[in-house]
Structures are given as structure tokens and as C-alpha cells.
Design a protein around this ligand. Structure first.
Ligand code: AMP
Ligand code: GLY
Length: 423
């Protein structure tokens, strides 16, 4: 069986590793892949947004199944096009991917189906938006409607900041088309939890909960990034809260999508905040999170390719999905300057990382050496019986990795450990 994974990040490297362990013994291909994915398969050059090119590559390599991992091709209808060409693919069709690609679609869905989320208003002109924020409490949250690489969210502390954010998104088009429409919402507080789930549109199976660390620097300072590290499971997400989320958020969401005529098949990502008024949805993503996938997939004790096929074929209720009773810690190493400007082409040395995995994200391989090519370069993922053990192991392994300008957060898991220890 020939399987193609579309994308080039650490998430795709982790998906590739897990798929390579499938009982179905797949031959793996990546488009375009990265300096790590060659460990499990063949990298095919190309753009993830070139739908015609991807279909041609599928024909050339006799691909039987495609996993579309990133948000942009999902939002552009890659899965629809592949299905149209007779090639089964994991991921939502374009109309279902709107749950991530349009924040106003997601918010309106939640309002219509009474799914708990921050109160909000949607604007398409800056003057009305500015008038609205003048009557709000601060901080207030301003979000570009479309995809903006995780950077389209501004938490404004004052009316001046809110006005500047609105002008930059709507008048100066800081996020291009993504910011022509904006969502302004109430600021929520509480621990954040990510729950990824498999869903075939009718059945939903949550994966192990996790906690991302989105800010660039320790103590949650610095700019927002794609994610600098993850721990799983998330100690704030108790069994009781999980049951409440299933009842009030997870099932209502997939039922709502089905009612709207766009059932969601794939990995649905719930970004939740556990507020004093109960769990609320901060955002949906239409895909595996990155770096959540790197932390969570190694905990999966079942065959991911078979699970994915059961999703695509609408028989997830029959799937057998088991998890290792371990904790996981993922620490991301980034290029100095990320998420702003950063250098590239630095040689990467990876020493003895013991039984910790190293997933490659922004790096290319040349003659057996890895060179940096992106902001988030790689991540180390360690498993252990305890969260403390997993964190220790990940940081020890990270000590054996070097490249010029490398930085990583030193406090991944700290807040979770404090919660576990009752601090
Ligand atoms: P998003 O891209 O929607 O996940 O937003 C990025 C980050 O901004 C989230 O992980 C939260 O930390 C923060 N955020 C987004 N919406 C809100 C909100 N309504 N209240 C408080 N923080 C928020
Ligand atoms: N780590 C957050 C995301 O993948 O959107």
C-alpha cells in the first residue's frame, strides 16, 4: 500500500514515523517532506497548495491513500479534489475545514448550537469595529477571520491597542485577506487544554489531552508562536471535565457539522479554556496540532493507518483505539529570532538522545548532514511513567543537540507539574 503524507513540519515527521509502524506495511511518500521524513520514505518535491501537481504525483507513485496534514490545503479543497480523482484521503473536505479557516463560521456555529465559547461580534468594516470596542471591557481579543499562521490573534489591553489592531488587520491588511473580516471576543481566563480527536462525522474519539506552550519564551512571555512545546496528558483535564466536554462540546460540534451539511471527517482539534464558568472553545483546528501531534502520537498504542482508514470509510465506531499509560513531553528547538526573522543553513549536531525521539521540522538533509531551514527546527519527545520523568528526559536529550542560534523554552511542563504537585 502506497501512502502519501502532505506537509513538511515536525507533525508530518511524527505522522510518518507512526504510519511507518502500521501492520499494513505501507510504502511512504512525503510531499514535500523535510530532512527527517526521508528516514521512513521518499520525499517528493512540490507545493502543498498545488492540487493538480499533488494528483499527478499520486498517479505517478500509485498512491492508495493520502494524509493531508496542514490547514491551507485542507481549506483549499485538497481532500475534495483527491476524492474526486478516486484517491481516498484523511482530512476534512473544504466546507468542513471552514471550522478552522473561518473563525466567524466557527463562532456562528457555536452560537447556533449553544456550544460554550467567548461572546463575540463579527465585523467587515473598521469603523463599526472601532465603535464596538469603545464600549467593551479590557482586555478584549481581536482575531483575523482567516488563516494567519497562528499570529492573527491580538489581546488588546486598552482601547488604543484595540484600535491599532483593528486598523492594522482591516485597513493595512497585515494578514492579507485573512483580516478583511474580524472577530472581536470576550477575554477568557483559565488553563488551556488541547484535545485532538478522530471523527468520521458521526463517532468522535478524543485522543489524550495535552497542553501547548504558545509563547516564544519562558514564563509565557514573548510573541505567540506555532507552539514551543507540549505535555500530555494535561493534568487540568480531569475525567469529570472530559465527560462534560464530550456532552457539551465534542458531540454537539460533530452533530452541528452534520446538520449544516458539512460532516467533519479527520482530526478535529479542540482548543479549550477551562474558565470559572466551565470549559469553553477558544478555537477549532481542522487537523493535527503541531507540536501536539509530536507529543501525542507516540502514546498511541494502536495502528494509526487503520484508524485513519476507519475514519475515511465512516466506520470509526468499530475501531480499537488504545493509549499507553505514560506521560509525554515535547520540547521544540527553534532558530534564534523565531517567530520573527531568523537565519538558515546552520549545521545541526544530534548526539545520543537515548530512547527519546527527535522529530525534524525546519531542516534539510544534505549529504548526511542536517541544516536548519525554518523557524521551528526540531523537537525532542520523551515518554515516561510520570510527567516529571518525561520532562527531565526531554531536557537531558536536548543537551546533546546543537546548532548556531538554537533556543528552546526551559519551562515546558512547569505549570502542569505545579498543578500536579498542588502548587
Ligand atoms: P487562537 O489562535 O485562537 O488559538 O489564539 C491564540 C491564543 O490566544 C490562544 O491559545 C489563547 O491563549 C489566546 N486567546 C484566544 N482567544 C482568547 C480569548 N477569548 N480569551 C483569552 N485568550 C484567548
Ligand atoms: N500548536 C497549535 C496548532 O497547531 O495550531
Amino acid at each position: 500500500m502506497n501512502v502519501l503524507v502532505i506537509g513538511s513540519g515536525g507533525r508530518e515527521d511524527a505522522l510518518g514515523k507512526k504510519i511507518s509502524e502500521s501492520r499494513l506495511s505501507p510504502s511512504l511518500f512525503f510531499l514535500p517532506g523535510n530532512g527527517g521524513t526521508g528516514r521512513y520514505g521518499t520525499n517528493i518535491p512540490g507545493s502543498v497548495m498545488d492540487i493538480t501537481g499533488v494528483i499527478a504525483a499520486c498517479r505517478e507513485h500509485s498512491i492508495d491513500y493520502v494524509v493531508v496534514a496542514p490547514d491551507d490545503p485542507l481549506a483549499a479543497g485538497m481532500v475534495d479534489a483527491l476524492r474526486g480523482a478516486g484517491i481516498p484521503a484523511f482530512g476534512p473536505e473544504r466546507m468542513a475545514a471552514r471550522i478552522e479557516s473561518s473563525k466567524s463560521f466557527a463562532k456562528d456555529l457555536m452560537r447556533k448550537y449553544s456550544i460554550p465559547t467567548a461572546s463575540y461580534a463579527v465585523f467587515t468594516d473598521s469603523l463599526s469595529a472601532i465603535e464596538y470596542v469603545s464600549a467593551q471591557n479590557y482586555p478584549v481579543v481581536i482575531k483575523a477571520d482567516g488563516l494567519a499562521l497562528g499570529k492573527g490573534v491580538i489581546i488588546a489591553e486598552s482601547r488604543e491597542e484595540a484600535e491599532a489592531a483593528i486598523r492594522s488587520m482591516m485597513d493595512d491588511e497585515a494578514f492579507g485577506d485573512a483580516g478583511r473580516k474580524i472577530v472581536i471576543e470576550e477575554f477568557l481566563t483559565g488553563p488551556e487544554v488541547t484535545v485532538l480527536s478522530f471523527t468520521d462525522g458521526k463517532t468522535i474519539v478524543p485522543m489524550i489531552s495535552s497542553m501547548d506552550h504558545k509563547r516564544a519564551h519562558d514564563k509565557d512571555t514573548g510573541p505567540n508562536t506555532g507552539g514551543m512545546g507540549v505535555i500530555a496528558p494535561n493534568p487540568f483535564f480531569t475525567d469529570e471535565i472530559a465527560a462534560e466536554c464530550m456532552e457539551r462540546i465534542f458531540l454537539p460540534t460533530i452533530r452541528a457539522m452534520e446538520k449544516e451539511g458539512c460532516p467533519f471527517l479527520g482530526c478535529l482539534y479542540f482548543g479549550l479554556m477551562l474558565t470559572p464558568d466551565g470549559p469553553k472553545v477558544i478555537e477549532y483546528n481542522s487537523r493535527f496540532g503541531d507540536p501536539e501531534a509530536e507529543a501525542i502520537l507516540p502514546l498511541l498504542d494502536s495502528d494509526i493507518l487503520q484508524i485513519m482508514q476507519s475514519v475515511t470509510e465512516g466506520r470509526l465506531s468499530d475501531a480499537d483505539i488504545k493509549w499507553k499509560k505514560l506521560s509525554s513531553c515535547c520540547v521544540v528547538a527553534a532558530s534564534g529570532g523565531y517567530p520573527g526573522k531568523y537565519g538558515k543553513g546552520k549545521a545541526i549536531e544530534i548526539g545520543d538522545t537515548g530512547d527519546s525521539a527527535v522529530y525534524i521540522a525546519g531542516a534539510e538533509e544534505k549529504d548526511g548532514t542536517l541544516f536548519t531551514s525554518g523557524g521551528r527546527v526540531l523537537s525532542v519527545v520523551s515518554l515516561s511513567d510520570t510527567l516529571e520523568g518525561a520532562v527531565d528526559k526531554a531536557y537531558k536529550a536536548m543537551e546533546s543537540i546543537h546548532f548556531d542560534g538554537m533556543f528552546y523554552r526551559k519551562d515546558i511542563g512547569k505549570r502542569a507539574l505545579e498543578a500536579l504537585n498542588g502548587v
